[in-house]
Design a protein around this ligand. Structure first.
Ligand SMILES: O=P(O)(O)OC[C@H]1O[C@H](OP(=O)(O)O)[C@H](O)[C@@H]1O
Ligand SMILES: Nc1ccnc(=O)[nH]1
Length: 518
């Protein structure tokens, strides 16, 4: 069928057919059609949406992203015909049934994800069935390799190339902002690509955006790393393992991160940048992605195994994840806290210790320190100010302002201090609730939103002492986040009195209740 093009300014893929034309063609919403540009002969396959009002019969609405490939003009004629459904849907279906997928089947799914041949709901189906039925180690290797093969790769001619990655899941985990400059200050190359938030309130890519642009091509990442020693960029913009971000986008609303996909997501990014040695941070805690030490050890073995199969030397650290790392949660707050440490602040100690331990493992793997001496070298590079200097180089090379200091980082203008309602001790912090509250306040997209924890577990508080300060860039978000905080009560302060259950029924003195009879 020939139809006349109407370009539709919607920043997505897809085409819009009049219901009558859809009927004539025999397609329903969600089906695919092949559209051919008659002047160039170039074709694309796209999903159909139908309308009885927005597009007249005889016309075909083409969304912006689809036309970036098709390159047709308003009014021009195109040929439209029914397309076959991608065979990868059958493989997703196979995984739904609990079967194992072969290397070729996984490669086909990943290729279709990268080329936008699967709709968001079809990618979600793949995410969810892998979540329910798990991926075995061979499937994880296939997924990792396919993610690398369908994107760009970096090739450095000097080595060793160092990398680090955290599996995430613990709020406030801004260690990348200390580890990367420490490694670069040791004279090593660390082309760090990060994802945005997956289950949290700020991924490292969201945090770095507070300081500098994070969207670069693979070639730019390589050049910048060679010049500055390191970078912190968003993997989703680089075309390095391009399927990764398309999968992560579908995980974000559910706050899930399936283990197999997580390993592939991390290891594909490491392999694609040409890493030789990799330190992996696995936070363990009751509200983390990994709940126990044995579970953490098992995951570590999978990372090491995939590293071996791909030719990277991997070591993992199981880290404390029962409470947030440091005190700040949310992009600007976290960056401020990390910069302050690079500038010489001695607290929070948990953040310094965790960062230098992970950097230490990487320094040892890269042969810069003897076994057991890496963290001391990392601490030296931090205390000497060399890591701060490197961080400024990194900010500058990415196009940010290297004169930025922790004092100048802008936080959300609306804030509220949540105070203790009674004397007592902070006995618990709920990571998941803290993340939910920070997200309701606007993090990670509103960079200034988040929360700063004044009292961590074990702190003795008097009634009226601050527990945490909530920040937002919009007033209504602050109010919504406060409401959420009141419901979730993310910080538990307990004295001897565990709880008090109020009686909210209307109260009348007994004389009145019994009609005056006492
Ligand atoms: O949102 P959740 O699930 O916590 O984890 C996502 C974060 O964890 C990793 O951290 P890094 O890049 O090693 O610093 C990712 O790249 C991302 O920044
Ligand atoms: N799934 C992932 C977890 C943590 N980091 C990533 O890049 N990906």
């Amino acid at each position: 069928m020939k139809l006349a093009v109407r370009l539709v300014d919607i920043a997505a893929r897809g085409v819009l057919l009049h219901q009558q034309d859809a009927k004539t063609l025999g397609v329903f919403p969600g089906d695919r059609v092949v559209i051919t540009n008659l002047s160039t002969g170039f074709s694309i396959a796209d999903y159909v949406e139908t309308t009885s009002t927005l597009i007249k019969q005889g016309k075909l609405g083409i969304y912006h992203q689809s036309n970036e490939q098709l390159q047709v003009k308003d009014g021009e004629s195109v040929e439209v015909r029914v397309s076959d459904r991608p065979v990868s849907l059958d493989y997703i279906r196979k995984k739904m049934e609990g079967e194992r997928l072969s290397r070729e089947e996984i490669k086909m799914i990943v290729t279709d994800i990268v080329h936008d041949n699967l709709s968001p709901s079809e990618i979600t189906a793949f995410v969810i069935c892998s979540y329910i039925n798990n991926l075995d180690i061979d499937e994880i290797e296939s997924l990792t390799r396919s993610m690398v093969e369908t994107g760009d790769r970096l090739e450095f001619h000097t080595g060793p190339i160092v990398d680090k990655h955290s599996i995430g899941g613990v709020p406030g985990n801004k260690i990348t902002f200390l580890v990367v400059p420490i490694i670069a200050a040791a004279g090593l190359l660390i082309p760090k690509t990060s994802s945005r938030a997956i289950t949290g309130a700020g991924g490292s890519a969201d945090l770095m955006e507070v300081l500098a642009p994070v969207e670069f091509s693979a070639a730019e990442v390589q050049q910048m790393t060679q010049k500055a020693g390191g970078v912190i960029v968003w993997g989703g913009a680089t075309n390095i393992a391009p399927a990764d971000d398309k999968i992560i986008i579908q995980e974000y609303p559910f706050k899930i991160d399936q283990i197999g996909q997580m390993i592939a997501s991390v290891m594909a990014k490491k392999f694609a940048v040409g890493a030789d040695v990799v330190a992996i941070d696995i936070p363990v805690g009751k509200n983390c992605k990994v709940h126990s030490i044995p579970e953490g050890r098992k995951l570590a073995q999978s990372f090491i195994e995939i590293g071996d199969r791909l030719g990277m030397r991997v070591e993992c650290a199981l880290t404390y994840g029962d409470a947030p790392v440091g005190r700040a949660i949310g992009p600007a707050l976290e960056v401020k806290e990390a910069l302050a440490i690079l500038e010489g602040s001695e607290s929070p100690n948990s953040l310094i210790e965790k960062s230098t331990e992970i950097a230490g493992i990487a320094l040892e793997l890269a042969g810069k320190a003897n076994r057991g001496e890496g963290s001391a070298l990392a601490l030296d590079l931090l205390k000497s100010g060399k890591a701060l200097k490197k961080m400024k180089d990194i900010i500058a090379i990415q196009g940010g302002n290297p004169e930025i200091t922790s004092d100048l980082v802008k936080l959300g203008e609306f804030f509220h201090i949540v105070k203790a309602e009674r004397d007592g001790y902070v006995v618990d912090l709920n990571n998941k609730s803290l993340i939910t509250i920070a997200r309701v306040a606007g993090a990670p997209n509103d960079h200034g939103a988040g929360l700063y924890i004044h009292a961590k577990p074990g702190t003795r508080l008097k009634r009226g002492d601050p527990i945490f300060t909530l920040y937002a860039e919009r007033k209504w978000r602050l109010e919504k986040a406060l409401e959420t905080a009141r419901t979730l009560r993310p910080v538990i302060v307990e004295g001897m009195l565990m709880d008090r259950v109020p009686n909210q029924r209307e109260w009348l003195p007994s004389k009145q209740r019994n009609n005056g009879v006492e």
